[in-house]
Each structure stands twice: as structure tokens, then as C-alpha cells.
Design a protein around this ligand. Structure first.
Ligand code: HEC
Length: 101
């Protein structure tokens, strides 16, 4: 019985890592969403103010961010409730706060 409980707890933790239910409030700007949803894991690059990503030129665009936010990865959660204009706004904010490799 104890084993089963542990197993259940472990599975729940794993699943929680795959998707976040963060939902932007009405009227949220890209910056608001970035601060609310992303900065927990993505900090500014050391020595740079408000620059969070260092990307190759193919990746430094809003589509790349939007795709990453919607799909996530093995480690990064996806954000199914960031959609439409909110998705555009936060993707645009992130591009503007990225630097090219
Ligand atoms: C729970 C932690 C976590 C949160 C929250 C998070 N990320 Fe990530 N993100 C990661 C990790 C870990 C990676 C590196 C591994 C990977 O690419 O999946 C990553 C990678 C990325 C990449 C790829 C960077 C590259 O060099 O290719 C982008 C773009 C990105 N995140 C954008 C975002 C945005 C935008 C948000 C907010 C909507 C966000 N992340 C929220 C953990 C997180």
C-alpha cells in the first residue's frame, strides 16, 4: 500500500512538470506575462539588464517563442492557457529581450 502511494505521488509530480495552468489576466502586457510565467526559470543573463536569451539568428523570432510556449519540452512546461494575443505579446516581449549568438 505504501509503495502504491509513493508511486502515485511521483507520477503527479512528473505530470505537473509538463504543463502549467498559468492564465494571463485581462489586459496583461507581454512583460506582465513574462514576469508571471517565465522569470521563475529564465533569469536575465549575467551582466545584462533584462536580456533573458542568447539565440542563434534562426531562433530569434516570435514564432520560435510561441512554439516553445505552446509545446514545451521534456524539461520546460507548456502553457496551454497562453494563447492568441497573449501568446503574441509575450513572444514579442521575449524576442525584444534576447540577444543574438
Ligand atoms: C519550470 C521552468 C520553466 C518555465 C516556467 C519556463 N521555461 Fe523556458 N525553458 C526551461 C528550460 C529548463 C529550458 C531549456 C531546455 C529546453 O530547451 O527545453 C527552457 C528553454 C526555453 C527556450 C529555448 C531557448 C533556447 O536557447 O533554445 C525558450 C525560447 C523558452 N524556454 C521560453 C520560455 C518562455 C517564453 C516562458 C514563459 C512563458 C518559459 N520559457 C517558461 C524552463 C522553463
Amino acid at each position: 500500500m505504501k509503495k502504491l502511494l509513493l508511486l502515485t505521488a511521483g507520477t503527479t509530480l512528473l505530470l505537473a512538470g509538463c504543463s502549467r495552468d498559468y492564465t494571463p489576466v485581462a489586459g496583461a502586457t507581454g512583460e506582465d506575462i513574462f514576469k508571471g510565467a517565465c522569470m521563475e526559470c529564465h533569469e536575465a543573463i549575467e551582466g545584462k539588464d533584462n536580456i533573458f536569451y542568447e539565440l542563434s539568428s534562426e531562433k530569434k523570432n516570435a514564432d520560435f517563442f510561441a512554439d516553445k510556449i505552446s509545446s514545451g519540452s521534456l524539461i520546460m512546461p507548456k502553457f496551454p492557457n497562453i494563447t492568441g494575443d497573449n501568446l503574441k505579446a509575450v513572444s514579442q516581449y521575449a524576442v525584444e529581450h534576447s540577444t543574438e549568438k
